[in-house]
Design a protein around this ligand. Structure first.
Ligand SMILES: Nc1nc2c(c(=O)[nH]1)N[C@H]1C(S)=C(S)[C@@H](COP(=O)(O)OP(=O)(O)OC[C@H]3O[C@@H](n4cnc5c(N)ncnc54)[C@H](O)[C@@H]3O)O[C@H]1N2
Ligand code: MOO
Length: 321
C-alpha cells in the first residue's frame, strides 16, 4: 500500500469503482493499469488517499484469479462467464433452460470463510444470457487453500437444455363438454406449451366421468403424446372426477396436492414414462402457478419424485400483487 501521490508508475492491484449518484457506477481504473500522473486528482476525488499496488504473494491469490477459479470449478454445462469486473465473475446462461443449483454444496462453499457466491434460486427457468450467479471473494488477496477447498467440492451449478415434448390435452367439465360455456382452459395451456415449442398432438373434451376421461388419457398416449395434461375437476366437489380418472387410466400418482400456491390441487403422475398432470382451476385463472414450475423440469428431462414436490413449500407461496 502506498500514498496515492507516490503511486505514479506502479500498477493498480484491483479495479477501483467510482459511483456518482444519478450518473453511474463502474470501474474507473482497472487492475494491471499503470497509475498515471493525471489519475491522482481523480483518485483523490474518489476518496482514495492510499492505493494497493501489485506485488505477488506466495500462497495467496488475487481476487480476480480466485473468482475465476471458483467459476471454472463450479460451473457445469450450459454456462459461460464474463471476464472479472470489480473482483467478481458473473456466470450467464448459455441458452434458455432450467437452472439447477446444488444448494447444499453452495452453502458449504460459502461457509469456507472469504468466499461469497450468490445465485438465482434452484430450478428456475432462465433465458439465454441471464446472469445466474456471481462469484467473489472478500479480501483483495485470499489464501489459495480456501479456493482449493471450494474446487474440491466440485460443480454446484448448471443450466439444463429443454427439449419440447408432444402434448395431449384432455379438457374436463360438463359445462364445456355440453357447450354451455366456451373452453377457456385449453387455450391457456396451449399458449403455455407453445412458448416451449411443444406441439399438441391430441385434444379432447370430457364429461365429468372418470371412465370417459381415463379413456381419453389413454387415447392421447396412443396418439403419440409424451405428456398428458388434464384440466379442471381437481378439487372436492362431487363432479371433480379428474384425479380418479388419472388413476383409472393406469397412471401411478407421484403426488396429488402440492405445497405451492396457487395451484395446490395439482396432480402429477406417470403412465409408464409419460407424465400425466391434473391442472386445477387456478392454472386457467392465475398468471403463474405450480404448472409453470413443473413444466420446465419435465422438459429438462427430469423424472420427478414426491420429494421434489415436498421441497416446493418453502418459497412456494407466490406473492400477490
Ligand atoms: N371446499 C373447497 N373448495 C375449493 C377447493 C377445495 O379443495 N375445497 N379447492 C380450490 C382450488 S385450489 C381450486 S383451483 C378450485 C377449482 O378447482 P377445480 O380444478 O376442481 O376446478 P373446476 O371445479 O373444474 O372449475 C372451477 C371453475 O372453472 C371453470 N372451468 C373449468 N374448466 C373450464 C374450461 N375448460 N373453460 C372455462 N371454464 C372452466 C368452471 O366452470 C368453474 O367455474 O376450487 C377451489 N375451491
Ligand atoms: O389448486 Mo388451486 O388454486 O390451489 O389451483
Amino acid at each position: 500500500m502506498v500514498p496515492t501521490e507516490q503511486a505514479v508508475g506502479l500498477m493498480y492491484a484491483h479495479d477501483l469503482t467510482r459511483i456518482v449518484p444519478g450518473e453511474g457506477k463502474g470501474p474507473r481504473f482497472r487492475r494491471g493499469q499503470v497509475v498515471r500522473p493525471e489519475d491522482v486528482p481523480v483518485l483523490l476525488a474518489m476518496g482514495k488517499e492510499h492505493l494497493y499496488v501489485w506485488e505477488p504473494h506466495p500462497g495467496m491469490l488475487h481476487e480476480e484469479e480466485a473468482a475465476l477459479r471458483l467459476a471454472e470449478a463450479g460451473a457445469g454445462g450450459g454456462l459461460r462467464w464474463d471476464p472479472p469486473a470489480e473482483g467478481k465473475v458473473s456466470l450467464r446462461a448459455a441458452f434458455r433452460g432450467l437452472l439447477r443449483v446444488d444448494a447444499a454444496r453452495l452453502e458449504a462453499i460459502n461457509a469456507i470463510g472469504d468466499i461469497t457466491i450468490a445465485t438465482l434460486r434452484d430450478a428456475t427457468l432462465v433465458e439465454e444470457d441471464t446472469v445466474v450467479a456471481g462469484c467473489k471473494v472478500t479480501p483483495l488477496l485470499v489464501a489459495e487453500e480456501q479456493i482449493r477447498r471450494a474446487e474440491a467440492m466440485g460443480r454446484w451449478i448448471e443450466v439444463k437444455p429443454l427439449a419440447p415434448l408432444r402434448a395431449g390435452l384432455v379438457v374436463t367439465g360438463s359445462e364445456v363438454y355440453k357447450g354451455r360455456i366456451p373452453d377457456k382452459f385449453g387455450p391457456v395451456v396451449e399458449e403455455k406449451l407453445a412458448r416451449f415449442g411443444c406441439p399438441v398432438v391430441y385434444k379432447a373434451y370430457s364429461n365429468d366421468q372418470a371412465e370417459m376421461t381415463a379413456a381419453k388419457i389413454r387415447e392421447a398416449v396412443e396418439a403419440g403424446a409424451q405428456m398428458v395434461l388434464c384440466t379442471g375437476g381437481m378439487s372436492v366437489d362431487p363432479d371433480d372426477a379428474t384425479p380418479g380418472a388419472i388413476r383409472r387410466a393406469g397412471a401411478d400418482v407421484v403426488t396429488y396436492g402440492v405445497p405451492f400456491l396457487p395451484g395446490s390441487m395439482f396432480l402429477f403422475a406417470y403412465l409408464g414414462d409419460v407424465p400425466v398432470m391434473g391442472l386445477p382451476g387456478a392454472v386457467m385463472w392465475e398468471k403463474v402457478t405450480v404448472f409453470d414450475v413443473v413444466l420446465p423440469r419435465v422438459l429438462a428431462g427430469e423424472r420427478l419424485s414426491k420429494a421434489d414436490f415436498v421441497r416446493l413449500g418453502h418459497g412456494g407461496l407466490l406473492p400477490r400483487e
